[in-house]
Design a protein around this ligand. Structure first.
Ligand SMILES: [Zn+2]
Ligand SMILES: [Zn+2]
Length: 338
C-alpha cells in the first residue's frame, strides 16, 4: 500500500509498504480522509517531544471498515467510521480509574510500531470505532479527534456558568470554544492572529473573537471580563501565552493548557500563588469525550466542515505540511486523501 513516510525532518517520501496485518480484535480501515494535526507539523519539523522520524504521520482519520478480526462480531464490513487513535494497557491504576489517556503505556499512531494514518490502510482495535451516520461526512469524522481534544480541555476548565477565554483558534481551540458553550459557559471570548480562524470560530459558538494581530490582547480582553476570566483554555503555544493566561484570569480561576511547547517556558508564578489560580494539563480525551463529539455529528448538533480549508491528495503531504508551517495561504485544517 501507498504511505507517506517522514524519513527525516522536512522530508516526506511516498513509498510502498506492506499492508498491515490485523489481530483477532482489530479491524482494517480503508483510509478515506486523514487530517494534518499541529502535532504532525511538530514531528515534521523535528520538534515533537516523542514522535520522531522515520515515521508515518497522521492520527486523525475516517474511512471504511474493509476487514475484521476473528473475534470482532459486531462490526460489518463497509461501516463508515471515525477512529479514536490511542490504545492503553487497560490494567494500570490510571486505566482502572478510566483515565487511560494518561496511561504510561499508552500507544499512539506513529509511536512504538503503530503506523500512522497517512497511508491507504490503518489498523485499529475494534473498540475504538465510532460509526458515522449516513449524513455525516468523512471530513467531520476526521475532525472528531481535534474537537474531542478541545472538549476534554473544556471539561477540565470548569466552564459551566463561567466567562471563558480561549487562547488560540486552531481546530482544537475551536473545538474547546464550542464545547465550552455546550457545557454552559456564559460567555466565550477567543483569540487568534488569523482572520479566517476568527471568522470560522463564530460558527462554533465564540461570542467574541479578538484579532490579536490588530488589537492588544490584554486591553481588549479585559473589556469583556474586568476582574478576569473564570476559565482560560490555552490552545496555542506562542511565546508569553502562559503570562497572558495568568494575567487575564480571575482570582481562583482555572487555566487549562492543551498545547505542547517546543521549548521550556518561564512565567511569573507569584500571581498564580497569591491569587490561588490553578494550571492544569489536558491530554487527548477518553471514550466519553470522543463519543460525545461523534454523537453531536450524528444528531446534527455540530457540522464542523467549515474548519476544512484544503483537501489534497496524499502525494502532496509535503506541500500540505509546508502550507501549514509557513501559512502562505489562509489555512485551518488540511485533509489528505490517500
Ligand atoms: Zn491531533
Ligand atoms: Zn494503563
Amino acid at each position: 500500500m501507498k504511505a507517506a513516510i517522514l524519513t527525516k525532518p522536512y522530508n516526506i517520501e511516498i513509498i510502498d509498504v506492506e499492508k498491515p496485518e490485523i489481530g483477532e480484535t482489530d479491524v482494517l480501515l480503508k483510509v478515506i480522509e486523514t487530517g494534518i494535526c499541529g502535532s504532525d507539523l511538530h514531528t515534521y519539523k523535528g520538534i515533537h517531544p516523542f514522535r520522531k522520524p522515520p515515521v508515518i504521520l497522521g492520527h486523525e482519520v475516517a474511512g471504511d471498515v474493509v476487514e475484521v478480526g476473528k473475534k470482532v462480531i459486531d462490526i460489518d464490513i463497509g461501516t463508515r467510521v471515525a477512529i479514536e487513535p490511542q490504545a492503553a494497557c487497560s490494567v494500570c491504576s490510571y486505566c482502572n480509574q478510566g483515565r487511560y489517556n494518561i496511561c504510561p503505556k499508552r500507544l499512539l499512531p506513529g509511536v512504538g510500531g503503530w503506523m500512522g494514518t497517512f497511508a491507504e490502510y490503518f489498523v485499529s482495535n475494534s473498540e475504538k470505532l465510532y460509526p458515522l451516520n449516513e449524513q455525516v461526512s468523512y471530513s467531520s469524522g476526521v475532525l472528531a479527534e481535534p474537537i474531542a481534544v478541545g472538549l476534554h480541555g473544556a471539561k477540565r476548565a470548569n466552564v459551566k456558568g463561567s466567562s471563558t477565554l480561549v487562547l488560540g483558534l486552531g481546530p482544537i481551540g475551536i473545538g474547546a470554544a464550542f464545547s465550552a458553550k455546550i457545557l454552559g459557559a456564559k460567555q466565550v471570548v477567543a483569540t487568534d492572529i488569523a482572520k479566517i480562524n476568527l471568522q470560522v470560530a463564530k460558527d462554533f459558538g465564540v461570542d467574541t473573537p479578538i484579532d490579536v494581530a490588530e488589537q492588544d490582547l490584554v486591553t481588549t480582553a479585559r473589556k469583556y471580563a474586568k476582574e478576569g476570566f473564570d476559565s482560560v483554555i490555552v490552545a496555542s503555544g506562542y511565546e508569553g501565552v502562559l503570562d497572558d493566561a495568568i494575567s487575564l484570569s480571575k482570582r481562583g480561576a482555572t487555566i487549562v493548557v492543551i498545547s505542547l511547547f517546543a521549548n521550556e517556558i518561564t512565567t511569573n508564578i507569584n500571581q498564580l500563588v497569591i491569587q490561588e489560580k490553578e494550571i492544569l494539563g489536558s491530554s487527548t480525551y477518553t471514550k466519553s469525550d470522543f463519543k460525545t463529539v461523534v454523537d453531536w455529528f450524528n444528531n446534527n448538533e455540530l457540522k464542523p466542515d467549515s474548519m476544512i480549508t484544503h483537501k489534497m491528495p496524499l502525494e502532496k503531504a509535503s506541500e500540505a505540511l509546508n502550507i501549514l508551517d509557513k501559512r502562505t495561504e489562509p489555512v485551518i485544517k488540511i485533509i489528505l486523501k490517500p
